[in-house]
Design a protein around this ligand. Structure first.
Ligand SMILES: Cc1cc2nc3c(=O)[nH]c(=O)nc-3n(C[C@H](O)[C@H](O)[C@H](O)COP(=O)(O)OP(=O)(O)OC[C@H]3O[C@@H](n4cnc5c(N)ncnc54)[C@H](O)[C@@H]3O)c2cc1C
Length: 406
């Protein structure tokens, strides 16, 4: 029987050659034992980062770091079929994420769409190679869903903007080299005007990063404080005060990037493994028709989502930025991810309460850890409520709500 990652498409010889190239790349570059119990990956953050940097470098050297980008910027101009093949092959081998996955997904495309020649030359190659790791400084204490409410200000002083304010929930800021910041450059202008998108080097004097510990025990995101941080004008993306249209295109690229099925494909493997290992009255849970049906439903949804996701990502750069339909893909992917992590808790039963360190923890405590981490899936990149608003208003043309712009 074919697994969900082995869909058959009518392929041209070029498509087949590309698929073989990706397969050969994975054969050569995935670590020994990858995807089996024999593989023991790095467990601490520094080790994980190093591994992801190395993976980014290898993808880049093989010309596979950003296949949807235009050729002139190091991509392959990938259309739907190519993107689908790439996603399928990576999913089949449960390939890891590179360190700059999010920068490739949305900061690079924003620079390609809006950036200056200098910015393209300076930043794009180093995003692909992973030499610069990026974070996104959009959200603030009183501006998340309502992103246009940001208060961080950037005041013109000679050839620089001087940035002061606070960002919140900034993933990766504790090790990023650069930050893509949304700041207010004209305090007199209406809320959605007078904003600018800035490229800020994290080692500039005046930046303080404070990690935030999450319910999972990990500290993946941060508070970032800017105190009179000087940013040269050449680091403004597009026109000064035109940041809202640029930031909203970034958000759509971001959502397209979040609508990937790699993680949920890995999660499905884990659910199958749990259902095989765990028994009730001496019989594996996988023999229970109710469990089988649940797993089959997840597998079918993943197969459909892989298709939707490849389409929105391939459409991205050819049509300037993905349209509001991208919210459908983001919503479905994050809700499915969360539902699958919840289902892991159901399968695990009493083991679900045991975290890493307990001798009876299942899968090294990863089931409850995933459950806790996945609370964030329907918040990061814009909440499910906001995605539903976008779909209602901008896809279906229903009347507008009065708040929430993210
Ligand atoms: C794991 C993770 C990583 C993140 N990484 C980053 C990052 O790197 N950079 C960054 O800038 N931000 C990041 N964020 C922040 C994220 O974008 C915001 O958390 C998100 O946009 C929601 O904003 P908020 O937390 O301020 O919640 P709020 O906007 O205060 O929302 C609170 C609740 O009210 C609901 N709500 C708000 N407005 C409406 C409305 N109009 N209609 C219906 N319901 C509404 C929301 O859905 C939510 O349930 C991250 C968040 C998470 C969870």
């Amino acid at each position: 029987m074919k697994g969900p990652a082995e869909l058959e498409l009518d392929l041209s010889p070029e498509d087949e050659a590309f698929r073989d190239e990706v397969r050969a790349f994975l054969d050569v570059n995935l670590p020994e034992g990858w995807g089996t119990r024999r593989y023991q990956g790095p467990r601490d953050e520094a080790g994980r980062m190093q591994f992801q940097r190395e993976w980014q470098r290898r993808l880049h050297e093989a010309g596979l770091a950003a296949i949807a980008w235009p050729k002139e910027y190091g991509g392959r101009d990938a259309g739907f079929v190519m993107q689908m093949l790439f996603d399928t092959e990576l999913a089949r081998r449960r390939a890891p994420d590179p360190i700059n996955r999010s920068a490739v997904a949305y900061i690079g495309p924003t620079i390609i769409q809006w950036g200056s020649a200098w910015q393209k030359e300076r930043f794009l190659p180093r995003i692909l190679s992973g030499d610069d790791v990026w974070c996104q400084g959009f959200s603030e204490p009183d501006a998340g869903s309502d992103l246009a409410a940001i208060r961080t200000r950037a005041v013109l002083d000679g050839d620089d903007l001087v940035v002061t304010g606070q960002k919140l929930w900034t993933s990766k800021a504790h090790f990023a080299d650069w930050c893509y910041v949304l700041a207010r450059t004209d305090p007199e202008a209406p809320k959605h005007q007078g904003l600018s998108c800035l490229l800020v080097e994290m080692k500039t004097p005046g930046i303080t990063v404070r990690p935030l510990r999450q319910i999972s025990g990990r500290a993946d995101f941060n508070e970032v404080f800017f105190e009179e941080v000087r940013v040269p004008l050449r680091c403004v993306v597009g026109e000064r005060n035109d940041g809202w249209s640029i930031a909203t295109s970034t958000l759509r690229y971001e959502r397209a990037g979040l609508a990937r099925t790699n993680r949920i494909e890995r999660r499905l493997d884990i659910l199958f493994a749990l259902a095989r290992e765990l028994t009730v009255d001496g019989r594996p849970r996988l023999e229970d028709p109710v469990v089988r049906e649940s797993l089959a439903r997840f597998a079918v949804k993943i197969a459909a989502l892989r298709n939707i996701s490849a389409r929105v990502r391939a459409a991205g750069l050819r049509d300037s930025a993905p349209g509001p339909e991208v919210s459908i893909a983001k919503l479905l992917t994050s809700e499915l991810d969360q539902a699958m992590a919840d289902y892991g808790m159901d399968l695990a039963g009493p083991h679900a309460a045991l975290l890493r360190g307990s001798p009876h923890a299942l899968k090294d405590g990863n089931v409850p850890l995933s459950y806790l981490i996945m609370r964030a899936a329907t918040i990061g990149g814009g909440t499910s409520e906001i995605q539903r608003n976008v779909i209602a208003e901008r896809v279906l043309g229903l009347p507008k709500s009065t708040q929430g712009s993210r």
